[in-house]
Write a protein that binds this ligand. Structure first.
Ligand code: GDP
Length: 468
């Protein structure tokens, strides 16, 4: 937060005026160039000029607390990843209370009797891991590398190692199927060492645990190893403030609409918040924990299911909290446009595909200038007008100000074909009214918001027939 348009111009190499035009286009009022921009607006502008943004929340003064590790299980096919996850899920105190039945939601938490907990991503394999990473979702803290004791190191074992290394994520090795007569854990260790993995018992720092997913042995050792690894990493997160989270899995429920399993990286996700998820948006209507219990908030590393999105996000999508529905819509629309552009650029040489993009019908735009008696009125009117926004019509408040409608308002209105709303202000002098009529500029004078909205509503219907 807090970047000014001047700073943003410097970082993106664009002119301040160009960025201000974008601001106007997205319906934000242009203040002084030294006013701090909100992070949402900064992202939107950056997206428009093709720059990328990274949200960094300052944790100054915020509470930073240790958090559970988030773990992904990887390894060669048939080495027991799924079996191991099933076995681990059943070790949880919560699972025991629920009779071991937990729905598959993309993640689960193992709560230890000591009070510590571990979050497991429930989608085994490196395909999911790298898909998430490709989308910039660095959710995994630790990788459990499953190697079958009878089979030893195989091609996908090495692939998994490569993925973990590339992501700079530490590995804990689980030598599985140790119950089998043909099991040879020593051989596995030697193979891993010869692949360059520095195992603990050879003086390195990679822990190796012998387990059997079927016989459920060694699971507590594995969990302890993970907690030890987490401790070494000193995993901590900001707890207060806006959440920064990622989608782990998403599905469409007939009754409840799009549902996303999310893991919060930092901050707290709170029910009722407006969010942008990838290029989708919505307002969080319900948060459920992994037991399906409704909860008000989600804290770091806690997997939750969120309800209230307008569309289905994808695994790896980021979740950010924005101030209002208007912002959520705007950011989502901006991202959709950008993602689509990126996609088209990727699938073709660009030129023709971009033309296709241009031809998608744009929202009808309704530029409005708002004048009011005091700042509070202006803000209230602006907010009210924006509630009229729809997929068909974009109510674009291009300028706001305090005082009666003036000549400069007229000039601006003429320049951007806007109509002018005078709310709770004196009627303009007859010279202004006359000039407005001549220039075909509508001036709406109102003292009641409801009446104003009714009038504008009528104009919207004229502009985009078919809206209601
Ligand atoms: P994935 O492909 O890595 O997810 O492997 P699965 O979990 O599907 O397991 C593959 C096969 O190995 C299944 O037939 C499991 O029953 C078996 N298996 C998994 N873990 C163990 C184990 O600890 N001991 C034995 N004996 N068999 C196991």
């Amino acid at each position: 937060d807090g970047m000014t348009i001047v700073e943003l111009a410097k970082r993106t190499g664009e002119h301040v005026a160009a960025l201000q035009d974008i601001l106007i286009n997205v319906g934000e009022s242009v203040g002084s160039e030294f006013d701090p921009l909100s992070i949402d607006i900064a992202e939107l502008i950056a997206m428009e000029v093709g720059a990328s943004v990274k949200r960094i929340h300052t944790s100054e003064g915020a509470q930073i607390l240790p958090r559970p590790p988030v773990v992904t299980v990887m390894g060669h096919v048939d080495h027991g990843k799924t079996s191991l996850l099933d076995a681990l899920r059943q070790t949880s105190v919560a699972a025991k209370e629920a009779g071991g039945i937990t729905q598959h939601l993309g993640a689960f938490v193992v709560s230890m009797p000591s009070g510590a907990s571990i979050t497991f991503l429930d989608t085994p394999g490196h395909a999911a891991f790298s898909a998430m990473r490709a989308r910039g979702a660095a959710v995994t803290d630790i990788v459990v590398l499953v190697v079958a004791a009878d089979d030893g190191v195989m091609p996908q074992t090495l692939e998994a190692v490569a993925h973990a290394k590339a992501a700079n994520v530490p590995i804990v090795v689980a030598v599985n199927k140790c119950d089998k007569p043909a099991a040879n854990a020593e051989r596995v260790k030697i193979q891993l060492a010869s692949e360059g993995l520095l195992l603990e018992e050879m003086g390195g720092d990679i822990q190796v645990v012998e387990v059997s997913a079927i016989k459920k042995t060694g699971l507590d050792n594995l969990e302890e190893a993970l907690l030890l690894q987490a401790e070494l990493m000193n995993l901590k997160s900001r707890v207060d403030g806006p959440a920064q989270a990622y989608v782990v899995e998403a599905r469409l429920d007939k009754g409840r609409g799009p549902l996303a399993t999310a893991i919060v990286k930092a901050g707290t996700l709170v029910c009722g918040q407006h969010v942008v998820v990838g290029s989708e948006w919505g307002r969080i209507r319900a948060i459920r924990d992994m037991m399906g219990t409704l909860t008000e908030r989600a804290t770091p590393a806690m997997p939750v299911e969120i309800e209230g999105l307008k569309g289905l996000p994808m695994a790896g999508d980021d979740i950010i909290v924005v101030q209002s529905e208007e912002r959520a819509r705007m950011l989502s629309a901006g991202r959709k446009k950008k993602f689509e552009k990126d996609r088209l650029l990727k699938i073709s040489d660009g030129a023709e595909a971009l033309k296709e993009l241009e031809e998608v019908p744009e929202r009808a735009e309704m530029p409005i200038i708002v004048k009011g008696d005091v700042q509070g009125t202006v803000q209230a009117v602006t907010d009210a007008l924006r509630t009229l926004n729809s997929p068909q019509v974009f109510v674009n408040v291009v300028h706001v100000g305090v005082g009666p409608v003036s000549q400069s308002d007229l000039d601006l209105a003429q320049a951007c074909r806007a109509c002018i709303v005078g709310f709770n202000v004196k009627s303009p002098p007859s010279s202004i009214s006359l000039a407005a009529t001549q220039a075909n500029i509508k001036i709406l004078m109102h003292r009641v918001i409801y009446h104003l909205l009714e009038d504008i509503g009528k104009m919207i219907v004229e502009k985009a027939p078919g809206t209601s």
